[in-house]
Write a protein that binds this ligand. Structure first.
Ligand code: DOR
Ligand code: ZN
Length: 346
């Protein structure tokens, strides 16, 4: 039996939702992670410090007593966001970062940004105080092929932001393409990227295995195998610009399996086990800790966690529970199509 001990990880991109779903999903994250950046795309969205503080209280109530966990709160950027309020929210410690959704790009993004130029004064103010911007990097033009939307965003929007504001701390969230890996690698030191376990585990064929697979539908959409390979390469490389942001995104099963199914993969439950398996499959287990527990903390200038976790390799593949019950409803838990031998001991 093989075992590794690593610094207890952080997840730099989660969706906790609210109410009954929040209560059910928060413990799934707090079991293995010390901190998470919590996304603000609720209905209505989290637009200011007061709402972030209230939301944080609701999250804290759902954390099991045995877990010590810190939710790091975000504000949803709109074309009306007030830069002075944002500065106060950041300086008071109530808010950790700002999320930029291009309007219409994904779940609950309707109030997002239509014209990047309109938010440049806010981004400039953020650059001055060191407040991070977290970007969903896809254009929303319907005529742009869905598989090209990340690349076009980089060319048309991200490059503009990074050139105008090289001091701005930018996370290009949940990257999915070779072009994104290259742009981030070559970009200035303040530009980093998060990567999800499902984009490391699956390519776009997974959406169409023997029929349509709504539970593998997420945004940005899964890409070709060559892109997955590029993500694997940077995630395994220990390059400090790349780190885990699971984008765990719970939706009730009935809303995934519908004639207009929601985008999102609920992956937090087995996230660390799946990552351990992928890193082992590429002979890179020794780099797992950098990806899950060090690179993100260094970018966000927060301390590295003191706690440790053990990940143990079993002799047989793990039998996963694939549903999380929520009253009479359920959410499907992401399990990959390859065997996973690793188990987490906290
Ligand atoms: O697949 C996704 N689901 N991508 C996102 O960007 C948002 C998320 C959600 O909130 O459901
Ligand atoms: Zn997300």
């Amino acid at each position: 039996m093989k075992e590794i001990e690593i610094i207890k990880p952080d997840d730099w991109h989660v969706h906790f939702r609210d109410n009954e779903i929040l209560k059910a999903v928060v413990p799934e994250t707090t079991r293995h992670f010390v901190r998470s950046i919590v996304m603000p795309n609720l209905i209505p969205p989290i637009l200011n410090a007061r709402q972030a503080i209230e939301y944080k209280k609701r999250i804290k109530k759902a954390i099991p007593a045995k877990d010590s966990f810190e939710p790091l709160m975000t504000i949803y950027l709109t074309e009306k966001t007030n830069k002075n309020e944002l500065k106060d929210a950041y300086n008071s410690g109530a808010v950790f970062a700002v999320k930029l959704y291009p309007a219409g790009a994904t779940t609950n993004s309707e109030s997002g940004v239509k014209d990047i130029k309109k938010v440049m004064p806010v981004l400039e103010a953020m650059a001055k105080i060191g407040m991070p911007i977290l970007i969903h990097g896809e254009v929303t033009d319907k005529e742009i092929d869905i598989f090209d939307r990340e690349k076009v965003f980089i060319d048309q929007k991200l490059d503009f932001i990074c050139k105008e504001l090289p001091e701005l701390k930018v996370t290009l969230e949940h990257i999915t393409t070779k072009e994104a890996t290259e742009y981030v690698k070559e970009g200035n030191k303040n530009l980093v990227a998060s990567i999800t376990p499902h984009h490391l585990a699956l390519n776009r064929n997974a959406i169409f295995v023997g029929g349509i697979r709504p539970h593998n539908y997420c945004l940005p959409i899964l890409k070709r195998e060559t892109h997955r390979q590029a993500l694997i390469k940077v995630a395994m490389s220990s390059n400090p610009k790349f780190f885990l942001g699971s984008d765990t995104a719970p939706h009730l099963k009935k809303y995934k399996e519908s004639d207009c199914g929601c985008a999102g993969v609920f992956n937090t439950t087995y996230c660390m086990q799946i990552l351990a398996q992928i890193f082992e499959n590429h002979n890179c287990l020794s780099n797992l800790e950098n990806f899950t527990s060090i690179n993100g903390a260094n970018h966000y200038k927060v301390n590295i966690n003191k706690q440790k976790i053990k990940i143990i390799r079993k002799n047989k593949p793990i039998k996963f529970e694939d549903k999380l019950k929520i009253n009479d409803e359920e959410i499907l838990i992401f399990t990959p199509d390859f065997p996973v031998y690793w188990e987490v001991i906290t």
